[in-house]
Design a protein around this ligand. Structure first.
Ligand SMILES: [Zn+2]
Ligand SMILES: [Zn+2]
Length: 346
């Protein structure tokens, strides 16, 4: 099968023929219909994750089951499925209580094993992790769920428990930020989107952001947010993952506000400085969000089937494997509006 693969950290990814995956015990092989290109893929390529080389990235996927490993009970060849980027082991106490997103023995396609920038991908613990994709939901929309959309949903609905009428400041209007804008609006919040890219802010407005703030370096984002909200946002999201965006989000909060950290902050340059004086003095809550387990998908899927949430509207472009290989090394700097989806068969 064809796959995007790289042989060394930071080496140019190439499209090559590689052996097809074999379904593991309790797992399946999925023929990939659509897979998203995410900043986390860039982190893996740049060496910020513990991966084995050569490596095939890709962790946001939807497709059709083509092979079953021994012991799979609930799934069949031909099923349309997606999967959270964190696949729980299915055996531990965390998985049993529906918190597979923090499973200590988790697998992650595109990180702990070869991922979905390929015609096929192997997935572990199918009965714990697979999610049925309704016929009315496209593979592009379903693939968008696996990482960024579901993480934003859980961050806002589950972790921060956003309430109607609250102000939510979303710092970063990439895939996860735009998801957060859409979800916060659906929860009845008023939304401020912050980004350095005007095009991304225009998309945020089209998705319902009440205010947008261009972060051009000279702008003091927290001051602008405090002015717009009369004292600060109730909830702030760092949807990028940098010391600057994290601080902008934390300092944009009002007293007793809740910060949700979704953008990855790997300690490659040491751990980031966080304005903890403000966290203490204003009694802010700092909340991490690490995806969402398959057990929590039904509520989100119901809102998608109703049309209240429309992940398909976040898709900015569809590309093939060759373009994905070319785009991956510059994805941290790419200023693209909306999500980039990859169709491995094109
Ligand atoms: Zn992702
Ligand atoms: Zn587990």
């Amino acid at each position: 099968m064809r796959a995007v693969i790289f042989d060394a950290i930071g080496a140019p990814p190439r499209v090559r023929d590689v052996p097809e995956p074999v379904a593991p015990d309790g797992g399946v092989v999925v023929r990939v219909g659509s897979t998203g290109l995410c900043r986390s893929d860039w982190h893996a390529w740049a060496g910020h994750d513990d991966i084995t080389l050569p490596h095939v990235p890709g962790h946001e996927l939807a497709g059709v089951v083509v092979a079953l490993g021994p012991g799979v009970e609930n799934w069949h060849v031909g099923d349309r499925v997606t999967v959270p980027f964190v696949c729980g082991c299915g055996r531990c106490a965390w998985c049993a209580q529906g918190d597979a997103q923090v499973c200590p023995d988790q697998e992650q396609p595109g990180f702990t094993h070869w991922g979905s920038f390929a015609e096929q991908v192997a997935l572990h613990a199918a009965d714990t992790n697979l999610v049925a994709v309704p016929d009315t939901v496209s593979f592009d929309a379903a693939a968008a769920l696996g990482c960024r959309f579901a993480t934003a949903y859980r961050g806002l609905a589950g972790r921060a428990a956003v309430r109607e009428g609250e102000w939510v400041a979303v710092v970063g209007a990439g895939g996860v930020g735009l998801s957060a804008v859409m979800i916060a609006r659906a929860l009845g919040a008023r939304v401020i989107a912050v980004d350095r890219n005007r095009e991304a802010l225009a998309v945020a407005e089209s998705l319902g952001a009440d205010r947008v703030v261009l972060s051009d370096g000279a702008t003091r984002v927290p001051d602008v947010v405090h002015d717009l909200t009369g004292g600060g946002a109730h909830v702030a999201v760092d949807a990028v993952g940098s010391e600057r965006t994290c601080a902008d989000a934390v300092l944009s909060l009002r007293r007793r506000g809740r910060h949700v950290q979704i953008g990855l902050l790997p300690p490659v340059d040491g751990h980031p400085r966080v304005p903890m004086d403000r966290v203490i003095g204003w009694e802010l809550d700092l909340l991490g969000s690490h995806g969402m387990s398959a057990a929590d998908y039904p509520g989100m899927l119901a809102l998608i089937e109703q049309g209240t949430l429309r992940p398909q509207d976040l898709v900015g472009r569809v590309i093939g494997l060759e373009e994905a290989a070319a785009l991956l090394p510059r994805f941290d700097r790419a200023t693209v509006a909306g999500m980039t989806m990859v169709h491995p068969d094109t």
